[in-house]
Design a protein around this ligand. Structure first.
Ligand SMILES: NC(=O)c1ccc[n+]([C@@H]2O[C@H](COP(=O)([O-])OP(=O)(O)OC[C@H]3O[C@@H](n4cnc5c(N)ncnc54)[C@H](O)[C@@H]3O)[C@@H](O)[C@H]2O)c1
Length: 346
């Protein structure tokens, strides 16, 4: 699928290299849906866009956002409808300090920061319930409702606990039940109840303000962090910064029941401040491709991509400026694709 960023071609190049080396035929369909399309057609995607996507196994998305198109138009015209229509209620965002990368938080060697943010992706603070009144008068007001349902809280928390069982058995809940008087105490109740079903999983919870501080000071404390839509979104960029750059952070929008296609995209946005310079870090996009292959059952190919990107990152000469280097987007993509091909050769 097209996007407003130059990293998608690198992600595709690496996916194709992994496909070749693991004898996987990728049947790729490209959709030119972006802010550029919106400027031409008045729509981010066609009216039947969701129907066009429904039959695919997975969606590989690049970030959208472009000066001249309001951010709520680009996100609510493409990304958010896809997440909701396809019940991609899990936004899985790994936070891992890779070999070769120095965390801006001193004293953490690679391997010591390794956790996952499990962000609720369908409800919460990102709701359409609300409105504006008395526009353009002194009485103007805006109301935005947060929606937490039992169904929505329980399914994301169950996913987080199940995930923790495959990792180090620890779930942290992001809350704010001291200040947000209805929804967050409800979130805490559901979390406590879910924890009783997983007595082997260790739990804790922090208010989002101190949790943000702990992310910076003690990123090694966490294994799985479960959070509402907004809190999870904010924590994801913070987590990405702690392990080096938002340019490294991948994500998966999962429909765990696999009734609908899941979607894979970087955590970051379209980076308009560096647009057109060819220096955006493609690794988040590439790593999201590895998550997609794993979701599709191609674990070996996924691992090959992850190993290749770590091997390239271990060499300081092929780094984009966000990591202190001088390399261009294309050079990083080429280096990772070559690494996969070289390793795959007998
Ligand atoms: N999923 C999405 O499509 C998505 C997500 C977030 C933001 N956005 C959109 O992106 C636009 C810009 O948003 P923003 O500025 O808040 O966030 P952003 O992530 O685009 O950029 C924040 C900072 O990170 C840097 N950055 C981001 N990706 C990078 C990369 N791959 N390599 C190197 N540096 C990178 C940018 O240069 C910028 O300095 C807005 O239109 C916003 O709505 C889209």
């Amino acid at each position: 699928m097209a996007s407003d960023m130059s990293v998608v071609p690198e992600g595709l190049r690496v996916l194709e290299a992994a496909g070749r080396s693991h004898h996987i035929t990728l049947d790729l369909h490209h959709f030119d849906w972006s802010c550029q399309t919106y400027l031409k057609t008045g729509r981010m995607m066609p009216e039947d866009g969701l129907d066009q996507l429904r039959g695919f196994d997975a969606i590989y998305l690049g970030a959208v956002g472009y000066p001249g198109v309001a951010d709520h138009i680009s996100l609510w015209g493409l990304l958010i409808p896809i997440r909701r229509a396809f019940q991609q209620y899990v936004n899985l965002r790994p936070v891992r300090l890779l070999r070769g990368i120095e965390s801006p938080v001193k004293g953490f060697p690679p391997g010591q920061i390794d956790f996952c943010i499990v962000r609720e992706n369908n409800e919460g603070e990102y709701s359409e319930v609300g409105g504006r009144l008395y526009r353009h008068t002194d009485s103007e007001l805006a109301v935005q409702e947060t929606v937490f349902t039992r169904h929505g809280c329980d399914r994301i928390m169950r996913y987080a606990f199940d995930l923790a069982r495959t990792r180090r058995g620890h779930v942290t809940s992001a809350t704010k039940s001291n200040g947000i008087i209805h929804t967050m105490p409800f979130w805490d109740e559901r979390f406590a109840l879910m924890a009783t079903q997983f007595p082997d999983v260790r739990t804790d919870q922090y208010h989002i303000d101190i949790l943000s501080a702990h992310f910076v000071q003690h990123p090694d404390w966490f294994d799985v962090v479960v959070a509402s839509n907004l809190f999870g979104d904010i924590l994801s960029d913070l987590g990405a910064a702690v392990v080096g750059s938002v340019g490294l952070a991948p994500s998966a929008n999962l429909n765990p029941e696999q009734q609908y296609p899941s979607m894979f995209e970087p955590v970051h946005g379209s980076a308009p401040d560096i647009a057109g310079k060819g220096i955006a870090n493609p690794i988040a996009q590439i790593w999201s491709g590895a998550m997609m292959l794993r979701h599709l059952g191609e674990s070996k190919a996924a691992l090959a991509i992850e190993r290749a990107l770590e091997a390239v990152l271990a060499r300081p000469d092929v780094r984009t400026p966000d990591l202190g280097g001088k390399a261009h987007t294309r050079e990083v993509g080429d280096a990772i694709a070559n690494e996969i091909s070289v390793v795959a050769e007998p």
